[in-house]
Design a protein around this ligand. Structure first.
Ligand SMILES: [Fe+2]
Length: 238
């Protein structure tokens, strides 16, 4: 059985279309998303419609929870005051332009999804087992991975939030950060669809990177009134 995971889409419909196509072409039996549907690019409502139309289930990200409930802050963390100011502008723009229908969809997303495939217990969440805004990078100490794994009964943990994909195997558990569809931050500007194949007790993960109409998204960002800074970041993969 092959599943595909579409991490943090962030309003980038062009990236979503290309990542989804790549997942289908690779024969994904079922596709899931990891939440964080708006922010940074303007097509938040188109993203929600696409997910509904293609029957793509998913979990709630910090951005979805805060947009849907009209919070003051997206719950993200920023390294400097300028980044923080840009993020605030993006968050305010997104709250204003997200339709009631999309907000309802975001509000109803579950915190986690559990699956059982070929005897493997799988859990899918946005960032970490109990908190939707914790940054779980690959270079966290092994103790951190173990502590997270102890919080849930699962063999395979799938999440995103950091926008940097990785796989780590530790003490019989498999940890997969599926990266980001719409705003990669690992220096690769291509979109990312993570394909996970489970068979005979083995877990195989492929981070499929494909080009998409990035300049179309960049132009739309500038046109929309979102900070042009976000278009520059897309072009850098940061
Ligand atoms: Fe995100």
């Amino acid at each position: 059985m092959k599943i595909a995971i579409l991490g943090d889409i962030h309003g980038n419909i062009e990236a979503l279309k290309s990542a989804h196509k790549a997942a289908q072409e690779r024969g994904a039996d079922k596709i899931y998303h990891l939440g964080d549907l708006g922010g940074y690019a303007p097509f938040v409502n188109e993203v929600v419609d696409f997910l509904i139309e293609h029957d793509i289930e998913g979990v709630q990200g910090n951005y979805d929870e805060t947009v849907a409930n009209d919070r003051e802050h997206c719950g993200c963390r920023y390294e400097d005051p300028f980044q923080s100011e840009m993020a605030t502008l993006g968050f305010e723009w997104t709250k204003k332009h997200t339709s009631q229908k999309s907000k309802k969809y975001m509000e109803k997303l579950p915190f986690e999804i559990r699956l059982m495939i070929d005897g493997k217990k799988i859990i899918i969440f946005h960032a970490s087992p109990k908190k939707n805004n914790l940054y779980w990078y690959e270079d966290r100490p092994e103790k951190f991975f173990t502590e997270m794994a102890e919080k849930v009964d699962a063999d395979l943990l799938i999440y995103g939030h950091t926008h940097r994909p990785y796989r780590k195997d530790l003490d019989g558990k498999v940890f997969i950060n599926a990266g980001s569809v719409g705003k990669p931050k690992d220096g690769d500007i291509r979109t990312c669809a993570t394909l996970i194949e489970i068979s005979g007790g083995d877990v195989r993960a492929d981070f499929i990177r494909v080009s998409y109409a990035l300049e179309k998204t960049a132009a739309a960002i500038i046109e929309s009134g979102l900070p042009a800074y976000f278009a520059g970041k897309l072009r850098e993969g940061r």
